[in-house]
Design a protein around this ligand. Structure first.
Ligand SMILES: C[S@@+](CC[C@H](N)C(=O)[O-])C[C@H]1O[C@@H](n2cnc3c(N)ncnc32)[C@H](O)[C@@H]1O
Length: 134
């Protein structure tokens, strides 16, 4: 995924925030991988907590974060069931939830919903959706 553009679902969520005049905030990028969506969030002025089970993902991400944006990014290595969500404006979970073991999905979803401020958003694409061949 290295170098690929942001997901349409993230862009739609950001466009909706911008239409409302709330152009930037705090996002959790769940299972962020190498930062396909994290980097565009940072470029648009958001603060981001990026999480992933694989520490290698962040070894690819950090060298591509502009110096001026580094203080707005936190990365945490965590599996879904161990992820702690701060209160945030956006949870972005591009192609993430299908990788969560079904046993852990209800609790994960509960923590996602509890973390998003009123007026916030959840953005996600899932494997098998209309634009995905998996
Ligand atoms: C298809 S990639 C999506 C990456 C990125 N969000 C994107 O849209 O390109 C799925 C990601 O889920 C992560 N992942 C897989 N199992 C996980 C788990 N149990 N807990 C947290 N992350 C996990 C992988 O390391 C990988 O980065």
């Amino acid at each position: 995924m290295l170098g690929k553009p942001p997901r349409d679902t993230l862009l739609a969520a950001l466009a909706a925030f911008e239409q409302e005049g709330t152009g930037r905030g705090f996002a959790v990028d769940l299972a962020a991988g190498e930062g396909r969506d994290t980097l565009p969030l940072l470029e648009r002025g958001w603060r981001v907590l990026a999480t992933d089970a694989e520490s290698a993902a962040f070894a690819y991400l950090w060298p591509r974060v502009p110096a001026a944006a580094q203080d707005r990014l936190t990365t945490t290595v965590a599996r879904f069931e161990d992820t702690v969500f701060p209160t945030c404006d956006l949870v972005n979970a591009s192609f993430a939830l299908p990788f969560c073991e079904p046993l852990h999905l209800p609790a994960l979803w509960g923590r996602i919903v509890a973390a998003i401020r009123p007026g916030g958003r959840f953005a996600a694409g899932t494997c098998g959706s209309w634009r995905d061949s998996w």
